[in-house]
Design a protein around this ligand. Structure first.
Ligand code: ZN
Ligand code: ZN
Ligand code: FE
Length: 750
C-alpha cells in the first residue's frame, strides 16, 4: 500500500543491517534488492516482518537470489511508471499518538494545528485524486510545502519522510469559523466552536470524508432541534468523546469494543449505554445502545478536549441523503441545518461516511464498512480471470472492483433512490477504475430489475460489447460474501435472512436456506410466504404485516380483540381486503417482515421511520434469560418450509395468556432459532454438509445470531458469520464479485 511509510522503513532497516541496494513500488507491492552477507540479509528479512510500520500490511514475501551488482548505499527508487499501476491507496487513518502529542505540545511547531499528519496517520483515500500516491495527485497539491516541511519530507529519519499530505500552520490548510450565512466569527475558531457546541448551538464541522453536525449530547433541547432540522426523528446519533476513559463513563465496554474504538480505523461502535450515562435520551431514543466514536483527526482531538463533554457528531445531511462533502454543496445544504460552520480549505475529493460496528457473540462486526476501511482490499478466495465490477444492491449500496485476488469494496454510497447517492455511485465506479487501473470485463448485478444498480449495469454492458453481464441472486450474493470472508470455497448450508431480495422465481425472498458455493446455489428451504398488503406500505407499517401473518395463521378464525387490531381498527378491514384480493399484495418469504409482524403484535411499533427499526425494538426488549419456545414443526418436501404461522400462534397465545412482552419477544427469537437449526440439521442429513453460513441484515440481530450459533455449534456444525463484511446489503457488492469471479473462473477452466 502506498503512503504508509513502507519504503522509508525498508530504507532504514537495510541501512541498519549494512546492506546495499534499493526499494521500489512496482504496483503489486514493494520490490527490494539487497546485497550483503547472508547473516545481514537474514537479519533484514526478520526486521521486515517484525518491525513493519503500523499501516503496512505484508500479505507475503517472495525471495530469490540474483547476481550482485556491487551497488553501494541503499536507495529509494522512483515507482515504476509503466506496467501495472495497481498501487494501493490506503484508507484514511486516525491521528497517531506522536501527532496527538505534537498538537498538544505548546512548544511544537504544530501546536493546535488541526491538519497535522505524518506517514503513520492522516487523510489518504478521501484526498487522493488518482495514482500514484503523490502530493500532486492529492487535494494537497495546491499547498506548497514550506522549507521546514520540505526538510521533514526529505529526511529519511523523520516520521514525515515522504508523507504526502505533510503541512504546518505556515504552509498548510487553514481553519475558519463562520456563521451559517458565511460571516466570519472572530476569535480562535476551535475555542469558539467548542464553546458554541457546549452551549447547544449546532455547528457544522468539515471532517475527513464530509461535513458533520455537532452539538452538545447533554442538552435535550439542542438534540431535539438537531433532529427536527435533519428531519431524523428516531435514528440514533453518534456521540464523540475525547478518549476511552470518557467512553467508559457512558457505556460498558468489552475488550473488543475498546480495541475497535481506539483502532486506527476509528469506527462508530454501538455499545451498551450505562443507566447513569449523562447523555440525553434523544441521542438514541428508546435504545439501550449508544454509538460512540473517538476523535480521528487533530481537529476532533482539539475540539473534544476543549468541549470536555460528550457531543453529538452526525452526518451533515437531511434525512438519509448522502453526507455533504463539497464546499459549495455543503454551504447550500447545511445553511438551514446549522448555526455555525467550522470549515477549512483542504478539499475532500471522495465523500466517506463514518464506519459503524457492533459486538455480537464476542466479535466486533461491521455494520457499515466505510471510512478507515475503504478502499483496503478484501481477499477473494481465488483469482478472478478478468477484472469484475459489482454494482451492489439498492439500499446501503457499495460497489466492488475485483482484480485478481483482491476485492476493492467502496465506501458506503447510500440509498440509490436519492439522486445524490446515485451520482456518487457513478462517480465511485469511475474513481475506482482509475485508482486501481482496471477495465472490467464482467459487470455483476442484482436480479431486481428495478434497482438503479441493475439498470446501470445493463447500461454499461449495452455501451460496451466487450463487457459481460453477470446476474447474481440477492441471497446468493449474501451467502457468497459470508463464505468468501471465511475463505470457505466449498458448498455450505447458507441461512440468508433479510428484509427483501428479488428471488429467481420473481417473488420477493428474505427467509432463505440455500445450498450454495461461490458459483451456484439451490433454494433448499424458506419461511412460508405471506402477502405484503399494499406492497411497500407494508414495509413502512409493520401492523400490516401483523395483519398478513395473522391471516396466514388463522384466516377467518383470527382471535378478536387483539391490541394491534384495536389500534388500527379504522383501516383493518380495508387492508385485509387488499391482502385477500391479491393485487397490491406481493408475496414474500421475508424474515424481516416476520419480525415486523411480531413487533407490531407486541405493541412495539406500528410504523417505522427506518429499515429494521421494528426488529431492533423486538431484539432490544427481549429478556435474554427467557429460554421458552413455541412448538413448531418443519414442513418437509423437496423444499423445506419454516412455518412462521406456528410462531405467530405461539405469540398470540402468550399475549392472550398475559405473558410479558420481553418474555414473548425472547420466545420468538428462541423458536425461530430452533426452526433454523432444525432445517440445517435436515439439510445436513440430506447432503452431508456440515458448514452453516449466516448472512443477511436480520443477522445483525445479536440475540438471534447468538441463539442460532449456540444451537448450531451444539449440533456440531461449523458456523460462518460476518465480521469484516457487513451482513446487510452493504456486503452485496463483495458477494456479487465473488460469484462472478467463481463463474468466470469455471468458464476459463472449461
Ligand atoms: Zn501521525
Ligand atoms: Zn509547512
Ligand atoms: Fe439483503
Amino acid at each position: 500500500m502506498q503512503g504508509v511509510g513502507f519504503r522509508p522503513f525498508v530504507h532504514g532497516a537495510a541501512r541498519g543491517c549494512g546492506l546495499a541496494g534499493f526499494v521500489r513500488n512496482d504496483g503489486r507491492g514493494a520490490l527490494i534488492e539487497v546485497e550483503g552477507e547472508d547473516a545481514q540479509i537474514e537479519a533484514f528479512a526478520e526486521e521486515l516482518v517484525r518491525r513493519a510500520p503500523p499501516l503496512a500490511r505484508i500479505e507475503r514475501i517472495a525471495r530469490e537470489s540474483i547476481a550482485t551488482t556491487g551497488a553501494r548505499g541503499f536507495a529509494i527508487a522512483a515507482s515504476e511508471a509503466s506496467g501495472e499501476r495497481c498501487a494501493l491507496i490506503a484508507p484514511d487513518v486516525a491521528t497517531c499518538a506522536d501527532c496527538i502529542a505534537e498538537i498538544f505540545d505548546p512548544l511544537a511547531r504544530r501546536h493546535r494545528y488541526p491538519f497535522t499528519n505524518c506517514t503513520n496517520c492522516g487523510p489518504r483515500f478521501t484526498i487522493a485524486l488518482g495514482v500514484p500516491w503523490d502530493r500532486a495527485q492529492t487535494t494537497m497539491s495546491g499547498f506548497a510545502m514550506c522549507a521546514d516541511c520540505a526538510r521533514e519530507y526529505a529526511d529519511p529519519r523523520d516520521r514525515r519522510f515522504h508523507a504526502q499530505p505533510v503541512c504546518c500552520p505556515a504552509c498548510g490548510p487553514r481553519l475558519r469559523l463562520e456563521t451559517n450565512d458565511g460571516k466570519p466569527e472572530p476569535g480562535d475558531p476551535i475555542a469558539r466552536a467548542a464553546a458554541l457546541i457546549a452551549s447547544g448551538a449546532i455547528v457544522a464541522v468539515k471532517g475527513i470524508g464530509g461535513h458533520h453536525l455537532a452539538t452538545s449530547a447533554l442538552d435535550a433541547r439542542a438534540v431535539a432541534a438537531l433532529r427536527e432540522r435533519k428531519r431524523r426523528e428516531e435514528r440514533p446519533f453518534a456521540v464523540m468523546v475525547a478518549d476511552l476513559a470518557a467512553a467508559e463513563r457512558l457505556a460498558v465496554l468489552s475488550d473488543a469494543s475498546r480495541r475497535w474504538l481506539a483502532s486506527a480505523e476509528r469506527p462508530i461502535v454501538l455499545v451498551p449505554r450505562r443507566a447513569d450515562a449523562p447523555v440525553v435520551d434523544g441521542v438514541a431514543p428508546g435504545s439501550h445502545l449508544v454509538g460512540l466514536l473517538l476523535p480521528y483527526t487533530p481537529l476532533h482531538h482539539l475540539l473534544a478536549r476543549e468541549i470536555a463533554a460528550p457531543f453529538v457528531l452526525t452526518s451533515g445531511n437531511v434525512s438519509d441523503e448522502p453526507i455533504a462533502y463539497c464546499d459549495d454543496d455543503a454551504r447550500d445544504r447545511l445553511a438551514a441545518l446549522c448555526d455555525f460552520r467550522l470549515v477549512h480549505d483542504r478539499p475532500i475529493h471522495m465523500r466517506c461516511d463514518d464506519s459503524v460496528a457492533h459486538e455480537a457473540r464476542g466479535r466486533v462486526r461491521l455494520l457499515r464498512r466505510s471510512r478507515g476501511f475503504a478502499p483496503r482490499p478484501l481477499a477473494l478466495p481465488f483469482r478472478a480471470p478478468r477484472p469484475i465490477l459489482a454494482c451492489g444492491g439498492e439500499l446501503k449500496n457499495t460497489i466492488c472492483l475485483a482484480v485478481e485476488e483482491r476485492a476493492f469494496v467502496s465506501h458506503h454510497l447510500g440509498d440509490l433512490e436519492h439522486y445524490a447517492a446515485f451520482a456518487s455511485f457513478r462517480e465511485a465506479i469511475g474513481h475506482f477504475e482509475r485508482l486501481f487501473d482496471a477495465r472490467p470485463g464482467v459487470v455483476a448485478h442484482d436480479l431486481h430489475p428495478e434497482y438503479l444498480s441493475t439498470k446501470h449495469a445493463a447500461a454499461l454492458a449495452a455501451a460496451d460489447p466487450a463487457l459481460a453481464l453477470e446476474s447474481v441472486q440477492h441471497h446468493h450474493a449474501h451467502a457468497a460474501a459470508c463464505l468468501a470472508e471465511a475463505g470457505h470455497i466449498g458448498r455450505a448450508i447458507a441461512v440468508c435472512f433479510d428484509g427483501l431480495g428479488y428471488g429467481s422465481d420473481g417473488t420477493l425472498w428474505g427467509g432463505e436456506l440455500l445450498l450454495a458455493d461461490c458459483a451456484e446455489f439451490t433454494r433448499a428451504g424458506a419461511l412460508a410466504p405471506v402477502a405484503m398488503p399494499g406492497g411497500s406500505a407494508a414495509i413502512r407499517e409493520p401492523w400490516r404485516m401483523a395483519l398478513a401473518h395473522l391471516d396466514a395463521a388463522y384466516g377467518d378464525a383470527t382471535p378478536a380483540g387483539l391490541a394491534v387490531m384495536q389500534r388500527n381498527a379504522a383501516r383493518w378491514d380495508a387492508v385485509r381486503a387488499v391482502l385477500r384480493s391479491g393485487t397490491y399484495a406481493p408475496v414474500t418469504s421475508s424474515a424481516g417482515r416476520l419480525f415486523d409482524a411480531v413487533a407490531a403484535l407486541l405493541g412495539l411499533r406500528d410504523r417505522v421511520s427506518f429499515e429494521g427499526q421494528a426488529a431492533i425494538a423486538l431484539e432490544q426488549c427481549a429478556d435474554p434469560l427467557e429460554r421458552g419456545e413455541y412448538p413448531a414443526q418443519l414442513r418437509d418436501g423437496p423444499m423445506l418450509e419454516l412455518p412462521g404461522a406456528e410462531l405467530i400462534r405461539g405469540v398470540v397465545g402468550d399475549l392472550r395468556a398475559g405473558r410479558s412482552v420481553p418474555q414473548i419477544a425472547a420466545r420468538f427469537h428462541n423458536s425461530l432459532a430452533a426452526l433454523v437449526v432444525a432445517a440445517c440439521v435436515r439439510l445436513r442429513d440430506r447432503t452431508g454438509l456440515g458448514v452453516a453460513a449466516l448472512s443477511g441484515g436480520v443477522f445483525q440481530n445479536a440475540l438471534l445470531l447468538e441463539r442460532v450459533c449456540d444451537r448450531l455449534e451444539r449440533a456440531d456444525f461449523s458456523v460462518l458469520t460476518h465480521s469484516a463484511v457487513p451482513a446487510n446489503d452493504g456486503g452485496l457488492s463483495f458477494g456479487q464479485a465473488v460469484v462472478a469471479a467463481a463463474r468466470d473462473r469455471q468458464r476459463a477452466l472449461g
